[in-house]
Design a protein around this ligand. Sequence first.
Ligand code: PLP
Length: 699
Amino acid sequence: MRIVALVQARMSSSRLPGKVMMRINGIPMIELLLSRLSKSTLIDQIVLATSNDTSNFPLSSFVKELGFSVFEGSENDVLERFYHAASLFAADAVVRITGDCPLVDPELVDELIREFIRRNDVDYMSNTLTPSFPDGLDIEIFTFQALKYAAENSISAYDKEHVTQFIIKSSLFRKENLSYDSDYATERWTVDQLEDFQVIENVFNYFLPERVFSWLEILKLRNEQPNLFNLNQKILRNEGSMLGKLKEIVLRNVRDFSESDKYRAQIHSLIPGGAHTYSKGDDQFPKLSPAAIDYGNGSHVWDIDGNEYLDCSMGLTSVSLGHAYKPVLDAVKQELDRGVNFQRPSVLERKMAEKFLNLVPGHTMMKFAKNGSIVTTAAVKLARAKTGRNLVAFPGDHPFYSYDDWFIGKTTCNKGIPSVFSDLSVTFKSCDISSLRELFNKYPGQIACVITEPERSVCGRDCACGRNVEEYLREAIELSHANGALFIIDEMITGFKTGFPGSSSKYNLFPDMITWGKGIANGFSFCALTGTKDVMELGGITRIGEEKLFLISTTHGGETHGMAAAIATIDEFKKHKVIDHIHSSGTKLIAFCGELLRKHNMNKYIQVVPCEWMPTFIFKNKKEEVSAGMRTLFMQEMIKRGVLFQGIFIPCFSHTDEDIGYFARAFEESFELYKKALSDGYENYLVGEPAKPVFRKII
Ligand SMILES: Cc1ncc(COP(=O)(O)O)c(C=O)c1O
């Protein structure tokens, strides 16, 4: 087996440009890396795989002078770069090393290669699938065939940039992890920022002129002289040091709800439920809370008493960029001046469809609507029409898919819905493939479609899908298709949050239809159903002579400013790293809250589900039972401190580090009463009643 190591490196770097050529004791970092790697006894050839951008020419010529081969390929499609390099250098297997890992350990590389060859049945092996080695010793090895397949089949820009993501996410490949007995995954020996470089410099300066030393020797040094490693621990501890600064944050003191109380007293005689989704209703909040919002800006909202809050729910997750986000507003305002609704479709409809479909691999047709329920119901209708079957299946333990009869009829809140409708809906346990299989066995040839959210905050963690969401979804799609049913992914919540455009693209999944809504137009009313042509065209009018299916037909579906908002939102997501921002805000919030819970010994009573796109909190009582009363008390305490919190945090592009710090400060202060309630009961501290479940039989 011919093993070729491809060292991925280039001069550009967002945080530390030119880092690979930065010198340690006069020696460029890339040279140190290559000197170490060339001590591997199992690698047949080492090749620098860089990009053909002119900025890399000095790097290429330097590495050639050192006597190594160089391959120059695509700047952004690194997967393609790897494939072409591996083909040119006739690799049977490729070892991938990245330029930010100058401490790569040749013995560890050989150990991984040896294990890979010995196993002989895996397509991919690394020490990063479940990390236990220090960050910076990353090694991956994969077969040429796996690389070829990934290069030929990957679609998303993310997979093309991150070389092995397609292989890692795909269930087609057999993968193995190399672990160490102890967990050193939090050690940071990689070079991303200047502080990292300084640590690596300290390490080399200690060992030089010896360039090759083992990672265990570095670990020994770390234990003996921790000060050499302190600098970049600061990066990790940045969060910690911000925690120290939390005390300096002055919290708001929200006490006046007099206008809110008047509003609450009147609204229920005007509007049933007092709001236009039940989850915004008064019974979802503590008594000491705003009844209505006056306006919002960025990540903050102001209530009708003039109280300011950090917003944690962002319009039920629909506001992905921020309230009153200027580029979206500008696009909307411009369109408003040109009229909003006409006798024939606005020319924007075509632009919108082309733009959106460009984001969704495999889907070529779409319909727009004003609400998510309209598109999920339309998907169900199409599936029934396509298959000629009646039953629709969804996870019975998921919260919401539509306010229409096929879904609500199956909840406890089914008044007004004849059972003939709800009997046509069947449920299975979410993320549990055997439960779905049982359902197909129970209703052979009767299920038209499975509709499911692709992932929820617990997925990949404490959930029946285990750690592999993608594998479960892929199996569920295959199982549904094998049973003649269509598969619909509902990306209402995950869309523009887990990835861009969503989880289906993140995991390279090809469902028959996908439903989109919240977040795709920054809070404006624009939802969509996308799908494959063979399903979607059933709702068309060009199949002359065939029976017509009345799909979505609504007066306001093609309102121009909704489309303008969606187009501007997509442009902003493309222009900025919105998803990265969302995820890093979520990650920081999780880290802060986790640290505070540990510090106060509260982790038994409040838990954070570490989901970077939607950190979710679970509140428990003294007996460690989930408690609505304790949750409502915590909400009351957060609201008092100017944080409009309902138990989840939806990071958006406008949330800043200051917001995260503010949340953490309010979070910590809210422990005070919570701790008292743990011993005395929430009833002693909560003003009013606990929030109630949206889906309940009795009001
Ligand atoms: C997963 C999911 N699907 C569909 C819907 C319905 O969307 P809408 O409220 O826009 O009708 C929701 C709403 O919360 C949802 O969470």
